[in-house]
Design a protein around this ligand. Structure first.
Ligand SMILES: Cc1ncc(COP(=O)(O)O)c(C=O)c1O
Length: 474
């Protein structure tokens, strides 16, 4: 075997040998990094780049928070990982903390994985197994052959959503990335209308719509066979990668009421919104709704891959005498759980939830003011430190620069993102609908001001396209 040697710059090696996520490999061009600190990435060629997407929402506490690093170092000296046939303090305590902190009674059970997608798979399987058991408990009348295959297996999700890239999770999402999974999709997923008031799929206006998009889900459950066929409704309380869509008041309570009426479970995917991103530990708390299953990931483990599927007592207790049909190597990783536990402590000690709410309100005001003199900004949306500027080709018609079928086409959004990186050292991956403004929660007000000023400058590129009638170029 040839001896192991590293030659060449990291960026060259990665360009040659790393499979870049969701990218065309031939144009992959990673920026070589020397170190990271707070909201900043320092490159080997002396640049200091502000991460306006918190490393895809993983780094809520900023890079290298000393308390989390210290907890990780200490944990590495004792146990890094053992299987869950053994008990370790960080795994046990994090499960207990999450069971207490997630909405609803404290007797929950938590499954730990390493990605949001794995946690979604656990949630879907858990929901189906729970409903299977309930079907058996309802008795033989329920096995009436006229009902034909009475097992409740369907999962209702929404078009504008993303739940991860593994087969089941990708099938559940409505994002165009699910097309890569087709036709080998997981059976049983039904996509309903998104809650997207700026572009209501039902052509209604809030509040006169009386939440028609929630009523549509009610209708879907009925037409899909009610509790005999539908296991769960799976939603992101605030949709992330499909547009940072904040639901209007009443929407999530209405969904909860609909699910209860049918005996269908409500699964909240807080992979992106958990760990304080919206100014509450969990976004769903803004609407006082208790999901039956809550999914976390990304920032939960701070610098370690860690996700959690939190089962309410109602669901968890169904498994007291039934096998939980899910598992994974490294589940309940002690080092990752120690990082997660320390992260929760930092959120509390540094009062980061209230700080996020305050700073987020300030940021929102600044973004709304900015939008007034940029014709390319169609809508400003957000909550806490989770904001977007949706950029449009035409403000009056709301015509987008790219339609969903053009997801990988060039657009002025990408040009604005490139300009922010090149001219202002601000990293924000361009997305299909607009610009993400999702800084680490430890961001300062001065840093936010600098970001808003940079956006003010960079938006001229999109404005020019809008004013010229919106030719879609770069
Ligand atoms: C809401 C939501 N759920 C699930 C996932 C999947 O998480 P992961 O990439 O860790 O598998 C994502 C990823 O972006 C997400 O935003």
């Amino acid at each position: 075997m040839a001896s192991f040697s590293v030659s060449g710059a990291a960026s060259d090696l990665q360009r040659r040998h790393l499979m870049h996520c969701w990218g065309v490999q031939g144009t992959y061009d990673p920026i070589p990094v020397e170190r990271t600190e707070g909201c900043w990435i320092y490159t080997t060629d002396g640049r200091r780049i502000f991460d306006l997407r918190s490393a895809h929402e993983c780094i809520n506490l900023g890079f290298r928070h000393p308390k989390v690093l210290a907890a990780m170092r200490a944990q590495m000296e004792s146990v890094v990982y053992v299987t869950d046939d053994f008990a370790t303090a960080p795994t046990a305590r994090l499960a207990q903390r999450l069971a207490e902190l997630a909405p609803g009674g404290p007797n929950k059970r938590v499954w730990f994985g390493q990605s949001g997608a794995a946690a979604i798979e656990a949630a879907i399987k858990g929901a189906r197994q729970y409903q299977y058991r309930r079907m058996i408990e309802r008795g033989v009348a329920n096995l009436d052959p006229a009902r034909q295959y009475p097992y409740p297996y369907k999962i209702i999700t929404r078009y504008r959503s993303w739940h991860g890239a593994t087969a089941g999770a990708a099938s559940a999402g409505g994002d165009p990335r699910r097309w890569f999974q087709e036709p080998a999709v997981m059976p049983g997923v039904k996509h309903g209308p998104e809650v997207y008031c700026y572009r209501c799929p039902l052509h209604q206006t809030y509040p006169s719509c009386d939440l028609a998009c929630a009523a549509y889900i009610d209708r879907m459950i009925e037409l899909e066979g009610g509790a005999d066929k539908v296991a769960a409704v799976l939603i992101e309380p605030v949709v992330g990668s499909n547009g940072i869509l904040v639901p209007p008041p009443g929407y999530l309570p209405r969904l909860r009421e609909i699910c209860d009426r049918w005996g269908v479970l409500l699964i909240a995917d807080e992979t992106m919104t958990g760990m304080g991103r919206t100014g509450k530990l969990f976004a769903i708390e803004h609407w006082d709704v208790e999901p039956d299953i809550l999914v976390m990931g990304k920032a939960l483990g701070a610098y370690c891959p860690l996700s959690a599927t939190i089962f309410s007592e109602k669901v968890a207790s169904a498994f007291d005498d039934m096998v939980f049909g899910h598992g994974q190597s490294y589940a309940g990783h002690a080092l990752a759980c120690a990082a997660g536990l320390a992260s929760l402590e930092v959120l509390e000690e540094e009062n980061l939830l209230a700080r996020t709410a305050d700073l987020g309100a300030y940021l929102g005001r600044r973004l709304h003011a900015l939008a007034e003199h940029h014709p390319s900004v169609g809508e400003v949306r957000g909550l806490g430190l989770f904001w977007t500027l949706e950029l449009v080709r035409d403000r009056s018609t709301k015509a987008p620069f790219r339609r969903p079928t053009e997801k990988y086409a060039p657009s002025p959004v990408r040009a604005v993102a490139r300009y922010l990186l090149d001219r202002h050292n601000i990293y924000v991956p361009a997305d299909k609908f607009g610009l993400w403004i999702v800084p680490p929660l430890v961001v300062t007000r001065a840093e936010l001001d600098a970001v808003v000023e940079a956006l003010d400058d960079a938006l001229h590129l999109a404005d020019a396209e809008t004013e010229a009638g919106g030719h879609c170029g770069e």
